[in-house]
Design a protein around this ligand. Structure first.
Ligand code: F3S
Length: 109
């Protein structure tokens, strides 16, 4: 899978959202998050990101900050977010879901 790192925070460019063929990039409040269960590893988003915030997971695991965002992306989908009783899970499409508008505690700051 791929992960969006801290460089996305408060940039939230959304170019990646538009190119993802499986629509698995979900927009929070300050950054976007890739659903690792839905991502098919095409790499289209990595090329498109204007701030180079997107990294393949095997590379991210070697960088403590990126690793934190890899774990945090899992938490974004698997744990309840502020204002939601249930976790997002694997919604199967970001556009249908709409922008989530909130972040994990790591990103919310
Ligand atoms: Fe989509 Fe990027 Fe994965 S474009 S399929 S999130 S590698």
């Amino acid at each position: 899978s791929y992960v969006i790192g801290a460089d996305c925070i408060d940039v939230l460019d959304r170019s990646c959202v538009e190119v993802c063929p499986v629509d698995c990039i979900y927009v929070g409040g300050r950054k976007s998050y890739i659903n690792g269960n839905e991502c098919i590893d095409c790499g289209a988003c990595e090329v498109e990101c204007p701030v180079e915030a997107i990294v393949v997971d095997r590379v991210a695991r070697k960088d403590p900050d990126l690793l934190a965002h890899l774990d945090d992306s899992r938490a974004f989908f698997e744990l309840p977010l502020p204002g939601r009783a249930e976790p997002l899970g694997d919604p199967g499409g970001a556009q249908r879901l709409g922008e989530v508008g909130v972040d994990t505690s790591l990103v919310a700051g």
